[in-house]
Design a protein around this ligand. Structure first.
Ligand code: DX5
Ligand code: ZN
Length: 218
């Protein structure tokens, strides 16, 4: 029996008020806080370095889930671990050695995730699963909030669920998740739903409908 977790992405929060934004989403029932780290190289956008993530840490009472969209990634793992990440996810495409990257994340004592871009086949993680606490299936091309959900990825989620079997590995979905698409990914086997604009749309976190039965319905 999988419990659906909601992980709002603070990429869509008010950048001048992160502390208040994090407290507000947690008060509304956020299970994890998703932090999108972008390097202007692996993805065409720039966001949070380790000092920013360290500044978020004291405000996060739940789980700080750090999604690294950076390449090469290995040299930065320790810095994000020290900044206070609970979960660190790297992209399989950030290579060249994702198996080594996952070993490095595990060596910091943090939970380890591996992410798949929409164009990457699910088989890319087959030999990485034993080093993973989570697989992140991107349902948009990474780089920006507010993009349109890519429906072909629902089948990928279902195939990944089959590949994982009974192993205690989360399937996270990120990109275009809202009350309309959440049930599709949850039915396919995802259990951690990232949502940026659906939560923060309109510059407000006061969107209790997002945390209602719609998003958590299977
Ligand atoms: C995209 C990021 C996502 C993004 C999701 O590269 O990884 O976490 O913030 O935003 P929405 O929910 O608006 O698609
Ligand atoms: Zn993300």
């Amino acid at each position: 029996d999988r419990t659906i977790k909601i992980a709002p992405s603070i990429l869509s929060a008010d950048f001048a008020n992160f502390g208040a934004e994090i407290r507000a989403i947690e008060a509304q029932g956020a299970d994890w806080v998703h932090v999108d780290v972008m390097d202007g190289h692996f993805v065409p956008n720039l966001t949070f370095g380790p000092p920013a993530v360290k500044a978020f840490r004291p405000h996060v009472k739940t789980v700080m889930d750090v999604h690294l969209m950076i390449a090469p990634v290995d040299a930065y793992i320790e810095a994000y671990a020290e900044a206070g990440a609970d979960m660190i996810t790297a992209h399989v495409e950030a290579g060249p050695h994702p198996h080594r990257t996952l070993q490095a994340i595990r060596a910091t004592g943090k939970k380890a995730g591996i992410a798949l871009n929409p164009g990457t086949p699910v088989e890319a993680v087959e030999y990485l699963l034993d080093l993973c606490d989570m697989v992140l299936v991107m349902t948009v091309n990474p780089g920006f909030g507010g993009q349109k959900f890519i429906h072909s990825q629902v089948d990928k989620i279902a195939r990944l669920r089959g590949m994982i079997g009974d192993r205690p590995i989360h399937i996270q979905v990120d990109g275009g998740v809202d009350p309309a698409t959440a049930p599709l990914v949850a039915q396919a086997g995802a259990d951690v739903l990232v949502a940026g604009s659906a939560v923060f749309k309109g510059g407000s976190v006061d969107r209790p409908d997002v945390y209602g039965t719609n998003m958590r319905a299977i």
